[in-house]
Design a protein around this ligand. Structure first.
Ligand code: ADP
Length: 207
């Protein structure tokens, strides 16, 4: 969306319904100069126009195709196999695992196989600085641990997964299944990464 289109939306948001002539005046533009942008916004479904009333924000704006696509796709359709390590595994073993599996994040599980934490590339790098005994430090010491793990269920949408990764500034989400409500235990059944979202984007765009 262009800067001018954003300005038009702001004006309509604040003063709609408002006529094209009034919007043009507020922007110090001619009606003719404004017409293409109003046409684009109307066609995109962002704004609506009614004769003799003016322009107003559309009640149910149609989301752009990618958003529509990700709203419809569920996490279960796109989830990849989760790569897990035991909480007792050493930082050294985790680094080896990261390279062998070619992933950026490992999920840490306890002896019962339940999600206990997450280890990212930077967590491992941080632990590697100033420590020579990477074989002796268990990953459980350096991982981000429950209950601070951001997870996603397989019936949630890809859009929700994308939103969580952006909001919490993380690269990946474990896809989980609740094992026990009272103890808040989860088993890891998959992973969604930023790459998953890019892949879905290309697929939905037909590229
Ligand atoms: P990197 O640290 O390699 O840039 P991230 O941005 O994913 O990768 O991780 C940033 C921090 O957030 C790390 O400390 C990591 O342990 C933590 N983290 C990663 N994924 C999650 C998650 N799903 N829930 C909670 N914390 C996470």
């Amino acid at each position: 969306m262009s800067r001018r289109q954003e300005e038009i939306i702001e004006i309509i948001k604040a003063s709609g319904p408002i006529t094209g002539k009034q919007i043009a005046e507020k922007l110090s533009l001619s009606r003719a100069a404004l017409r293409p942008d109003l046409a684009i916004l109307t066609m995109a479904g962002t704004i609506d126009a009614r004769p003799r009333v003016g322009y107003f924000l559309s009640m149910n704006p149609s989301p752009p195709p990618f958003v529509r696509g990700t709203v419809q796709k569920s996490v279960s359709q796109y989830k990849a196999h989760p790569i897990v390590v035991q909480a007792s595994a050493s930082v050294y073993e985790a680094i080896v695992q990261l390279f062998l599996e070619d992933v950026g994040t490992l999920y840490v599980v306890d002896e019962s196989g339940h999600l206990a934490g997450v280890i990212s590339r930077k967590d491992l790098l941080r632990a590697s600085i100033g420590t020579r005994s990477l074989e002796e430090i268990p990953v459980s010491i350096i991982m981000t641990r429950m209950p601070n793990i951001i997870m996603i269920g397989q019936d949630e949408t890809l859009l929700e997964a994308a939103r969580k990764m952006m909001e919490f500034q993380i690269d990946s989400l474990p896809v989980v299944k609740e094992v026990d409500k009272t103890t808040h235990t989860y088993s890891v059944i998959g992973r969604i990464t930023k790459t998953t979202i890019v892949k879905a984007y290309l697929e939905i765009a037909g590229l």
